[in-house]
Every structure is written in structure tokens, then in C-alpha cells.
Design a protein around this ligand. Structure first.
Ligand SMILES: [Zn+2]
Length: 111
């Protein structure tokens, strides 16, 4: 007997679906972690996708923060500013890496 998936339904078909979804998420997490550990090519690919995707103001802030880093050194204020900008850059890059990993895992599952 099969029916549309119900969350927490408990029947064999729905449990299998839940296990598959869980495995898919774990595979995606593992692949992203793997790429973050050492795959510079994948991170560069993600960077190409996200390059230029921020507002102009963001790039101005990055340039000014780097100018301060060079002139003033790594003062707490400069590091704080760079860290704030890094957080924004990293979120976009990691989101793209995750999309790439999802596509790769789903391709692998379909094959
Ligand atoms: Zn069910």
C-alpha cells in the first residue's frame, strides 16, 4: 500500500522516505564539509557564481576595510569590520556550495 508521504506517519513507505531524506541531507553536509576542508576548485567555482552579487556599498566597505588593515594593522576595530564583511561573503559562498552539493548528490542518486 502506498500513499502520499505523511510526516511521522510511521508506515514502512513513509519511514523509508524519511530515512532517504536524512541520508540525502547527511551526504550534502558531508560533501560541503569535504569541499571546505580542501577543494579549492569547488570554492573557486562557488566564488565565480557569487562574484559581483553584492550591493556596491558592500564592495566599498571591503575596500575601505582593507585600506585600514594596511595602514593601521590588525587593530581590534579593523578586525571587527573585516569579520563582519567576511560573515556576509561566507554566507553567500556557503549557500552556493550547498546548492552545488545538492545538485551533485541528486545527480548521483538519480544515476
Ligand atoms: Zn505512511
Amino acid at each position: 500500500m502506498s500513499h502520499a508521504y505523511h510526516h511521522m506517519c510511521g508506515c514502512a513507505a513513509c519511514c523509508r522516505h524519511e530515512r532517504n531524506e536524512e541520508r540525502r541531507e547527511e551526504s550534502i553536509d558531508a560533501l560541503v564539509a569535504d569541499w571546505n576542508r580542501g577543494d579549492d576548485a569547488k570554492r573557486r567555482e562557488a566564488e565565480e557564481w557569487t562574484a559581483g552579487s553584492f550591493e556596491g556599498e558592500h564592495y566599498s566597505e571591503v575596500t575601505l576595510a582593507l585600506d585600514e588593515l594596511h595602514r593601521l594593522g590588525a587593530t581590534p576595530a579593523v578586525i571587527e569590520k573585516l569579520h563582519r564583511l567576511a560573515k556576509v561573503e561566507s554566507a553567500a559562498l556557503q549557500e552556493k556550495l550547498r546548492e552545488m552539493a545538492e545538485a551533485e548528490i541528486d545527480r548521483g542518486m538519480a544515476a
